[in-house]
Design a protein around this ligand. Sequence first.
Ligand code: CMC
Length: 457
Amino acid sequence: MSKSDKSAKTNPEAVSKEAADKAHLDIRGKKLDLDILKATMGPDVIDVQNFYKRSGYFTFDPGYTSTASCESKITFIDGDEGTLLYRGYPIDQLAEYGDYLETCYLLLYGELPTQAERRQFDDAITYHTMVQEQMSIFFRGFRRDAHPMAIMVAVVGALSAFYHDSLDINDPEQREIATRRMIAKVPTLAAMAYKYSLGQPFVYPRNDLDYASNFLHMCFSVPAEDYKVNPVLARAMDRIFILHADHEQNASTSTVRLAGSSGANPFACVAAGIACLWGPAHGGANEAALNMLEEIGTPERIPEFIARAKDRNDPFRLMGFGHRVYKNYDPRAKIMQRTAHEVLSEVGHKDDPLLQVAHELEQIALKDDYFLERKLYPNIDFYSGITLRALGFPTSMFTVLFALARTVGWIAHWREMIADPTRRIGRPRQLYTGPVRRSYVPMSKRGTGLGADYHRD
Ligand code: CMC
């Protein structure tokens, strides 16, 4: 008799408790009990870790819509409610009362810092902002018209070639140094990528400025003139960083975790995350959303684009609309909309025609059955493009700013995974539908013509 059978016999309550905590499965007559693991918020999960061993079957979930790929304590999203919490704190409170470095501390260490912890953390980040001078030579190898995301994938990966003393993932101190280095240096590298595209000299970081102000300074000042950071714009930049800091197991974070599961160094893992973020369905959407608003141009053309978005035969989608998890208004989009207004007023563009197009497009889509039925609401990228453009950034830099802000989220997840003693390499399986085993055919027996597949595009 197994342990659970015994307790069920002696304690009737245990039967119902146990029954409630198990999922029962009948696979072609074979009965299987699966543990249900408790979440503190959100859906509990059915544990299928030994499912293949016990059943001989794989589970099938391309796109991972029903799969919890890991256990995590960092970020919680309720997509139906439109809730986003970092370590339990609502995103709107952090954006309103906190700042980015405090948010970084929270994501990395689980609690808001005390005053002393905050001072220590700020110092640790501030005094790592410069990059090895040799990196600037590495930059000069790129064409001037290289996309800054292409540069970022390369230079962040290259940090592992410059900082050999923080590559041992099994040493907690080295993990800590790599963490601080990346949060400190990624803004410097992002600003260098921007300056390089302009043909302007790189601007060194200034340790007397806060994180966001220093970044604006490195992007927009030139050695020939004085540059004063506008505090309203710096606060908006900081808030944009907070909004993008983490988002649970999204595609790029999962990429970082998967890359890290093999034991790859943290700089290489974050470079993998940046590569994934570049895609238009993920971080590239803010650039695509602004391009779309520019293409629409005037409110009169909105119905034409709404019709295209609804047409199954047209690949066009309303960029900045819809989300894999949010089936309600993305909570970040509301804060971004407010930030867009603040920035546009500050730079004297409060009547920006694109803002008008965005508002009207949003209003029309939110009343349209197609979008309502599919629960497609504006996401963070709908207003971020307008805001970033008003801050002075070209569209090619938008995803870079997202990568900068998300670096802390990637590292927080990487650290959580590495510190987990049960960590194993991530290795999904597949539903194989290719040819069954067959024998090699010698060239002389393969016919003389071109195969049917040869002329494919
Ligand atoms: N415009 C028009 N139709 C859409 C859109 C859209 N933006 N998004 C989804 N749909 C339709 C889609 O055609 C499908 O319709 P049907 O059921 O008739 O086939 C239905 O809605 C479900 O779409 P899906 O592609 O199965 O949904 P998904 O969860 O796989 O995709 C998404 C999520 C974000 C990739 C998608 O909504 C999209 O492409 N949106 C535009 C790009 C965008 O704004 N991305 C930024 C995401 S937020 C930032 C981030 O986290 O990186």
